[in-house]
Design a protein around this ligand. Structure first.
Ligand code: HEC
Ligand code: HEC
Ligand code: HEC
Ligand code: HEC
Ligand code: HEC
Ligand code: HEC
Ligand code: HEC
Ligand code: HEC
Length: 237
């Protein structure tokens, strides 16, 4: 038998012989039922099973508890660390990485605090608004704006918090006179208000962007000097 073939056979045999090792790597070595025997006071088995992570073992997030360390955990000698979502959610993690929330220690778990019961959001804009206003309660006046009223009435075209600020890559606006902040007052409106078709189906004055861009204000915005003029959000709150 040549060397490479031998190595291949050996590898296959190892894999076949130790399914528990493979399962352990998937975090499946300990069935959720084992954990729930002690933890069903904080994690409901039914709600957990129906949640987005219902197919995950508890140990896929609480990775420090393995079949080797379970005893120590049960005796109170091993407290698992805060789970790291990055292992499975690379995109959201990198977006969150340099956001204003990361800079202020608002972690994934701080926003997704219903982690054991979380269900798919299916792009439901009202869920985002409920979440953001949970902390930014001074933003409840948004609910009374034409955007807020339309979203609440089920209009998915209208703007919710993440349409203007994005969901995970939320930038600090900081100094009201900074270039970023000034540019933001106009840039965020264009995605939708420059979309003639969307504006027409919503019965909104569809030439607002064109009119603005032709104005003194718009010319300065286009030339890269939003700092000098009024942006959309200065006149429209
Ligand atoms: C025999 C009971 C028992 C079993 C089984 C058990 N735990 Fe625990 N667990 C405890 C006790 C006791 C604590 C400590 C309570 C405390 O300090 O708040 C704890 C605490 C925790 C905590 C919270 C740590 C913190 O930050 O306070 C997590 C997370 C946890 N267990 C996960 C698990 C997982 C996952 C499993 C299954 C792999 C599991 N536990 C199995 C008894 C158990
Ligand atoms: C998707 C990842 C994920 C999965 C899967 C998961 N957890 Fe958790 N769990 C978390 C996070 C995040 C926290 C909060 C940790 C923190 O804030 O330090 C937590 C906290 C806990 C706590 C402490 C709660 C408290 O209020 O003190 C326990 C106990 C726990 N989990 C048990 C479980 C059990 C049992 C399962 C499986 C049925 C499970 N977890 C599955 C992410 C997860
Ligand atoms: C072991 C891998 C794993 C880890 C670790 C993990 N997740 Fe997940 N997560 C999943 C899977 C799988 C899904 C379901 C994806 C699907 O069905 O498309 C999911 C779905 C989600 C969803 C719902 C997505 C949607 O479309 O609505 C959220 C929110 C989420 N996870 C947040 C977290 C957070 C926060 C953490 C850290 C506390 C975390 N996850 C840790 C695997 C993981
Ligand atoms: C400032 C609050 C906040 C923070 C911090 C946050 N999220 Fe989210 N995330 C949301 C909201 C709001 C939604 C959409 C509504 C929902 O699912 O509840 C969401 C949705 C998601 C989704 C589904 C995305 C999709 O496109 O369908 C995933 C996955 C997710 N978050 C993972 C994470 C992870 C991982 C972290 C940390 C790196 C994180 N989130 C940090 C608020 C936050
Ligand atoms: C139509 C776009 C738009 C929508 C929708 C929107 N914002 Fe804003 N937001 C802005 C603009 C533009 C600013 C710049 C500050 C200003 O002059 O009002 C801002 C500023 C902020 C600030 C920083 C300044 C302050 O007032 O505290 C926070 C925090 C904020 N928004 C959160 C939210 C939340 C939470 C929601 C959803 C409830 C939301 N925004 C919805 C455009 C929007
Ligand atoms: C768990 C609490 C929490 C949630 C939920 C939350 N935020 Fe924040 N947010 C903060 C904290 C803390 C800061 C930093 C301090 C500050 O500027 O208020 C911040 C800052 C911001 C800023 C920057 C403000 C500035 O002056 O530059 C914006 C914009 C913002 N959040 C938007 C959102 C949006 C949009 C959502 C929903 C997707 C959201 N936040 C959800 C806690 C939260
Ligand atoms: C996600 C898409 C979206 C974004 C981003 C957006 N809008 Fe809108 N806007 C709409 C839609 C859709 C309506 C119509 C809502 C309705 O049905 O009343 C609307 C309505 C309006 C109205 C009221 C028009 C009327 O006829 O009552 C004004 C003014 C407005 N937007 C200004 C802005 C400004 C300023 C910005 C940027 C700060 C902005 N919008 C960002 C989609 C958006
Ligand atoms: C210098 C102030 C100013 C600026 C800058 C400005 N607008 Fe306006 N806008 C107005 C006034 C005044 C009206 C007409 C009065 C009204 O109905 O509010 C109007 C009307 C509108 C309408 C129709 C509203 C309605 O109730 O029918 C929309 C939509 C709109 N603007 C969007 C925008 C967008 C998007 C921008 C940026 C590209 C922008 N505006 C920039 C002042 C401004």
């Amino acid at each position: 038998m040549n060397c490479r073939l031998f190595a291949f056979v050996l590898l296959t045999m190892t894999l076949l012989m130790s399914p528990s090792l493979v399962l352990a790597e998937n975090g499946m070595a300990i069935a959720p039922e084992v954990c729930l025997e002690c933890h069903d006071d904080v994690v409901s088995p039914v709600t957990y099973g129906a949640s987005v992570h219902g197919q995950n073992a508890c140990t896929s997030c609480h990775i420090d508890i393995t079949s080797t360390t379970l005893d120590a955990h049960m005796e109170g000698d091993l407290t698992p660390e805060e789970p790291k979502c990055v292992r499975c959610h690379k995109k959201e993690t990198s977006e969150h990485y340099s956001s204003v929330h990361m800079l202020n220690d608002v972690t994934c778990a701080a926003c997704h605090e219903d982690i054991h019961a979380h269900t798919y959001w299916k792009n439901d804009k009202t869920k985002v608004i409920a979440k953001c206003t949970g902390c930014h309660d001074d933003h409840e006046d948004y609910i009374d704006s034409s955007h807020g009223k339309a979203v609440m009435a089920g209009n998915q075209d209208s703007a919710a918090c993440h349409d203007c600020h994005s969901l995970h890559k939320i930038e600090q606006l900081g100094d009201p006179n900074s270039h970023i902040n000034r540019e933001f007052h106009t840039k965020v409106c264009l995605t939708c208000h420059a979309d003639q078709e969307m504006m027409e189906r919503n019965g909104v004055f569809s030439v607002a962007v064109g009119t603005y861009m032709d104005s003194y204000h718009g010319k300065n915005f286009r030339l890269g000097s939003p700092d000098k003029v009024a942006g959309c959000a200065d006149c429209h709150t």
